[in-house]
Design a protein around this ligand. Structure first.
Ligand code: HEC
Length: 182
């Protein structure tokens, strides 16, 4: 046998193996009869509120009355900054203020005050569904505001701004104790 015959045989064998491999692969792929693409869930958007348990313990400690008033003052400062910069159409600065509100919002859940009236009177305000909902809403709308203000999408930003304002008012209407000493 000449070397040509040998190499021709080798080549033929290679082709047979390669062909068999392809057929096998194709049959595997055709198992279901259709070509379904796997949809992998995107994990690009990480949730900001997914925090380590350790950090959480400390973060959930109730605030003293004074600490809570400081918190609300900080939120009010950020809110004023947001409104001023919104008026001046300073998107980045307004967004910065909104980011601050979004960052502070979860701390409201550490309010140690009580429900003032109704069936739940005397229970912890922070355990109430609507209280938690308003905190969540404040954070969400502040994030929304920030996103839109950065892009100077003022229509959408203004919508979010109105909703921020609503959460402040709604929560205060129900949970802020009246103090008559002005
Ligand atoms: C989920 C409930 C909740 C939301 C939302 C909320 N607050 Fe408050 N806020 C309170 C409570 C409760 C008090 C009363 C605290 C007290 O007197 O014990 C308060 C008090 C305040 C005070 C008075 C603080 C002081 O020194 O007496 C200011 C100012 C304030 N909030 C601003 C805001 C602003 C601005 C927003 C929205 C951007 C807001 N709050 C959103 C619950 C909330």
């Amino acid at each position: 046998m000449s070397y040509r015959v040998v190499s021709a045989c080798c080549l033929a064998l290679c082709l047979i193996f390669a062909g068999a491999g392809m057929i096998q692969a194709q049959m595997g792929g055709d198992n279901n009869g259709e070509d379904t693409k796997k949809e992998e869930p995107k994990k690009d958007e990480k949730k900001g509120d997914e925090k380590k348990d350790d950090a959480k313990k400390d973060e959930e400690k109730p605030l003293t009355h004074e600490e809570f008033e400081d918190l609300m003052d900080d939120i009010k400062t950020a809110w004023n900054k947001l409104k001023i910069n919104a008026r001046k159409k300073m998107g980045d600065k307004a967004a910065e203020a909104a980011d601050e509100i979004a960052k502070l919002a979860p701390k409201i859940l550490r309010y140690d005050g009580k429900v003032l009236e109704g069936d739940e009177k005397g229970k912890k305000a922070r355990d109430q569904k609507d209280f938690k909902k308003w905190v969540e809403e404040l954070k969400k709308q502040a994030e929304d505001y920030s996103k839109n203000a950065k892009k100077s999408k003022w229509d959408k930003a203004d919508e979010a701004k109105d909703k921020i304002n609503e959460t402040c008012g709604d929560c205060h209407d129900k949970y802020e104790p009246d103090d008559d000493d002005d």
